[in-house]
Design a protein around this ligand. Sequence first.
Ligand code: 8IG
Length: 318
Amino acid sequence: MWREQGTAVGAPAGASAGASATGTFARSAPVVGLATYPEGVTQQTTSPLSDPTVDPFEIARDAARVIAERTGVEKHDVALVLGSGWGQTADLIGEVKATIDNTDVPGFGAAAVAGHSGQMRSIEIEGSGKRALVYGTRTHFYEGKGVRAVVHGVRTAAAAGCDTVVLTNGCGGLRPEWGPGTPVLMSDHINLTATSPLEGATFVDLTDLYSPRLRDVARSIDSSLDEGVYAQFTGPHYETPAEVRMAKTLGADLVGMSTALEAIAARHAGLEVLGISLVTNPAAGISPTPLDHAEVIEAGRAAAVRCGQLLSGIVRAL
Ligand code: 8IG
């Protein structure tokens, strides 16, 4: 059975979205629930983040409190978001001290993507003894839960004490020399979602959004790493070959459906950002064969050891 479209919630009667007289900005209430997933792939939840009158940073603080309780530590140091193809990589980082179901943490939902884990883990980083907060999945823009839900993980990481976030993703590559399973450092992004995670007159500088210092750290672990510009499309469909040519003309080297909005929110929250893309497939039209999510998962499996060693090397060097 396919899910019915959910009803919009949270807007008080008579409230209208948009700039108000006080200068605060209420988003139109995002729709909760999805029409596009078969039963069992995702579950419908009513998130406090869907209520435009609720401060999303307050929910992030609530989430951080639950994480502190459940992990027994006041503070985490670095957060990692594991995208498509990165699921198994955290095993090499260190000892898992706690595993928490996302559904137990305010503002978080279950995983909506096959191959993603709907849990977060607190991992003691081998060597430094620092703590990593590792998200097994992310909320994608295409889930229709609103931008606040998309960036809740990075806001929670900041509230949990992290000063660094490593955002990983699986993506399509525009350079033919990057075969499936090639990790690439994000040097910059092009946000093609036509939206922002920031609300109101929140002007944030995005020069050097993807930390040159952290890219140097990554290259100190693997000197062969290339870097490129990531274009975030909304998805969930892949691009047409014409759109991939457009992205190339605009200056993109990588195309995906995540990360850019999270990176913006992370910078706003004061986090230093490292972005790493795993090229799991040539973007549409770059290779003659059609795209397939099974190919994505397989490329991740094949690259797991290299990516795991890379991530564990990076977090130890922080
Ligand atoms: I994995 O080719 C993965 N995610 N937009 N295009 C977009 N997202 C992706 C792709 C891709 N591969």
